[in-house]
Design a protein around this ligand. Structure first.
Ligand code: UD1
Length: 423
C-alpha cells in the first residue's frame, strides 16, 4: 500500500545483480571445489535456484544467521539427482541456465520447458542448438528436455546465435569451459552480467576471451577450481530507484552500481530532462533540479542499447513528461501489460500493437488497486504509486520479490510511505 506524492531523498545501496548471480550460482556446478559469491541479493529467485541446486545434491550455505547475509558458498560434489522439477522452472525461467554446466560437468540433466515471467513466447531453441553444436544430444518429451553427452565429454564447436541472447550466450560459455578444444561464439551478448560471469569463470581457471565485437572464444580446460567473486550491482534495481527519485522530484544517490552499466538509461533520462551526476560507483539523480520532463522516443535493444527491462519503469517517467513519447519494445512481444494498469491510474497510454505504445503527458496519476504477475511490471506499478495522488494498492508483489531485495524497506528509508499488507 502506497501513499504517493512524497519526494524521495537520501542514499540507497543497490543490491547485487539478479541477472548476474543466478548464472554465477550455475557456474559453481563446474567444479567440486567451493565457489564463494559475495554481494548476493536476498531475492526469491536466488532462493529458488538454491533449492533446485540443493535438490540435485549440491551443498549451499548462506552467510549470517538464518542465511540473511549476502555471501553464498556452493560446493557441487556429485549430482545424484540431475533433474530440475517443473514447479521450479515455472517460477523461474533462469533455472534453464543449469543446462550448460550440468552437461559439461556431469554429462546429463533433465530440465523442464521453462516458464518465468509471462512476456510473450520465451523459447529456448538457441540454448538447445548451442548445446548440440558442442556435441550434446537433447530430446524433448512430455514437457522435459532430456540432455546428455553421448561421447565422454563435450567438444568445442562453432555457435552463431541468430539473435542476441543473454542466457543463450551464458549457457554456451558455461558448457564450453570444460569442453575438449576451442569454441567460438558469434553474435554473443555484451550485457555486463555476461562479463561478470566471464570474470568469475576466469578466476575458476577458464580460458575465455572476447576476441572481436560480439565474438567470444573459449579454450576448454580439463578442470576448474574454486574461486571467490563479488557480484556486480544491479543496474535494473538502480534504474527503478532513479525513476522513483526523478518522478517524485527527490534527490537520491544510488551506491554500489557502475554508472557505465546505466549508460543507455542515463542517456534517455537526460534527454527527458532528468539531471544526474556520476562517479565511479555511484549515480546521483537530482529530480528536484530537473527541468520539466519532456517526451522521448525509445526503442529497446541488446546492451549497450536501452534494456528491455528498463522499459516498463521508464513508462512511469514518461506519463509525467510534456508531449507524446513512444516506446518500441524490440526484444519481447507482450511486454506492455503494465500499460493497462497505468491507464487505470490516469495515464494516457495507447498500446498501438504488441510491441509499441504511445504515452501522452503530463497526466497526474491517482491511486487505484492494481496488480500484475510480472517482476518489472510489478516494480512499475510501485513507481506509479509513488507518484500518484492518494492510495495505491499493488497486488502480486511476490513477483517483485523475485528480483528486488526488500524494496519497500529501501523506499521507506528514502521517505516513501509504503508498507506491505496482507491481501
Ligand atoms: C535475459 C534476462 C532478462 C532480459 C533479457 C533480455 C536473465 C535471467 N534474464 O533473459 O531479464 O529481459 O535477457 O535482455 O538474465 N530467444 C529465442 N530463442 C532462445 C532464446 C531467446 O528466440 O532460445 C529470443 C527471445 O524470445 C527474445 C530474444 O531472443 O526475443 C532475447 O532473449 P534473451 O536475451 O535470451 O533473454 P534471456 O537471456 O532469457
Amino acid at each position: 500500500m502506497i501513499s504517493g506524492g512524497v519526494p524521495l531523498n537520501g542514499e540507497v545501496r543497490i543490491a547485487g545483480a539478479k541477472n548476474a548471480v543466478l548464472k554465477q550460482m550455475a557456474a559453481a556446478v563446474l567444479t567440486d571445489e567451493p565457489v564463494v559469491l559475495r554481494n548476493v541479493p536476498r531475492i526469491s529467485d536466488v532462493t529458488i535456484l538454491a533449492e533446485v541446486m540443493g535438490d540435485i545434491g549440491f551443498e549451499l550455505r548462506g552467510s549470517g544467521e538464518e542465511g540473511n547475509g549476502h555471501t553464498l558458498e556452493i560446493r557441487a560434489g556429485d549430482a545424484p539427482w540431475p533433474f530440475v522439477p517443473l514447479e521450479a522452472a515455472r517460477k523461474m525461467r533462469a533455472s534453464f541456465i543449469l543446462l550448460g554446466p550440468m552437461l559439461a560437468r556431469f554429462g546429463r540433466v533433465i530440465l523442464p520447458n521453462p516458464g518465468g515471467d509471462r512476456i510473450g513466447r520465451r523459447p529456448v531453441n538457441f540454448h538447445v542448438a548451442a548445446m548440440e553444436a558442442l556435441g550434446a544430444s537433447i530430446v524433448y518429451r512430455n514437457g522435459y528436455y532430456y540432455a546428455s553427452v553421448p561421447s565422454s565429454r563435450l567438444r568445442g564447436g562453432h555457435i552463431r546465435f541468430p539473435d542476441v541472447s543473454v542466457m543463450g550466450t551464458e549457457n554456451a560459455i558455461l558448457a564450453a569451459t570444460l569442453a575438449e578444444g576451442t569454441t567460438v561464439i558469434e553474435n554473443a551478448a555484451l550485457e555486463p552480467e555476461v562479463d561478470d560471469l566471464i570474470a568469475l569463470l576466469g578466476a575458476m581457471g577458464a580460458r575465455i576471451a572476447r576476441t572481436a565485437d560480439r565474438r567470444i572464444e573459449i579454450e576448454g580446460v580439463d578442470r576448474l577450481g574454486g574461486a571467490e567473486h563479488t557480484v556486480i550491482g544491479d543496474r535494473l534495481e538502480a534504474e527503478t530507484f532513479a525513476i522513483a527519485a526523478a518522478t517524485t522530484g527527490g534527490d537520491v544517490t544510488l551506491r554500489g552500481v557502475d554508472p557505465v552499466h546505466l549508460g543507455a538509461f542515463l542517456e534517455v533520462s537526460s534527454r527527458a530532462g532528468v539531471v544526474h551526476e556520476t562517479d565511479a560507483h555511484a549515480v546521483r539523480i537530482v529530480g528536484s533540479a530537473s527541468r520539466p520532463l519532456v517526451a522521448v522516443d525509445v526503442a529497446t535493444a541488446p546492451y549497450p542499447g536501452f534494456a528491455t527491462d528498463f522499459q516498463a519503469p521508464l513508462t512511469v517517467l514518461l506519463t509525467q513528461a510534456e508531449g507524446t513519447s513512444t516506446i518500441h519494445e524490440t526484444i519481447f512481444e507482450d511486454r506492455l501489460d503494465h500499460a493497462r494498469e497505468l491507464a487505470r491510474m490516469g495515464a494516457a497510454i495507447e498500446v498501438l500493437d504488441e510491441r509499441r505504445a504511445r504515452i501522452t503527458g503530463p497526466t497526474p496519476l491517482h491511486g487505484a488497486e492494481v496488480g500484475i504477475a510480472d517482476l518489472r511490471a510489478g516494480a512499475t506499478l510501485i513507481l506509479a504509486g509513488l507518484v500518484a495522488r492518494g492510495t495505491t494498492v499493488v497486488s502480486g508483489v511476490e513477483h517483485v520479490d523475485r528480483g528486488y531485495e526488500l524494496i519497500e524497506a529501501k523506499l521507506v528509508a528514502l521517505g516513501a510511505r509504503i508498507s506491505r499488507i496482507e491481501a
